[in-house]
Design a protein around this ligand. Structure first.
Ligand code: TMP
Length: 228
């Protein structure tokens, strides 16, 4: 039988808190989706809910969750035109530094880490949107993150035309990438979520924010039961 081309190579350590609870005491949740779907609102609502339960909550984002990440974010979104491979590598550099200096240490001390975007954005935007190939970009991202995957990834799904229309201010390089790019990216997120329902929670982001937030809390409840 030929190997599954989507399989992560055996030499890439694949860590999930669920499978390595002894290694990583915390809970890692990422929020994904197109631009303007309401990720930061959901991250904030969940963060307040978990803090009220007494958990240590680290709210972060990619790109830009660290001081170096902020410089990379500026270069990626507002700097000179980038070749797609350069773009993918800069996102991966942001991720490597973010995981090594902020995400992994927080998980090791038992915090809940909520990130507004993680490696699935690279797979969807650079892998499919930019056409670099989902498998290759996933491999690059897993290498950068030393295999760390979230316990739960929430996909806020919305028609890109609706999401982009919600944005205010001048569009950045990615937001300006065109309707076809954003349609492909949405489809890539949905296809990826369908492949791994154990990790993904797909929600209709056209619903009111409080309804979406309740659905997120329900999914996370088993991870929080019995936790400090
Ligand atoms: P944000 O505005 O949601 O913070 O994200 C910045 C933009 O960067 C957004 O258009 C999505 C894009 N992006 C990628 O293309 N690849 C990635 O790996 C990440 C994290 C974001």
């Amino acid at each position: 039988m030929s190997p599954d081309p989507r399989a992560v190579p055996a030499d890439v350590p694949r860590e999930r808190g669920r499978e390595h609870a002894g290694d990583l005491a915390g809970l890692f949740v990422s929020f994904e989706g197109g631009d303007g779907v309401g990720k930061s609102t959901q991250v904030s609502l969940l963060g307040h809910h978990l803090a009220a339960l007494g958990r240590e909550v680290v709210v972060t984002r990619e790109p830009g969750g660290t001081p170096l990440g902020l410089e990379l974010r500026q270069a990626i979104l507002h700097g000179e035109d980038l070749d797609p491979r350069t773009e993918a590598l800069l996102y991966a550099a942001d991720r490597a530094h973010h995981v090594a200096t902020l995400v992994r240490p927080a998980l090791e001390r038992g915090a809940v880490v909520l990130t507004d975007r993680y490696l699935d954005s690279s797979v969807a935007y650079q892998g499919t949107g930019r056409g670099l190939g989902a498998d290759e970009v996933e491999r690059l991202s897993l290498w950068a993150a030393r295999g760390l995957l979230p316990h739960v990834t929430v996909l806020l799904d919305l028609d890109p035309a609706v999401g982009l229309a919600r944005l205010t201010g001048d569009p950045d390089r990615l937001e300006s990438a065109g309707a076809d790019f954003h349609r492909r990216t949405r489809e890539a997120f949905l296809a990826r979520a369908a492949q791994d329902p154990g990790r993904w929670l797909v929600l209709d982001a056209a619903q009111p924010a409080e309804v979406v937030a309740a659905q997120v809390r329900e999914r996370l409840a088993p991870f929080l039961a019995g936790a400090a």
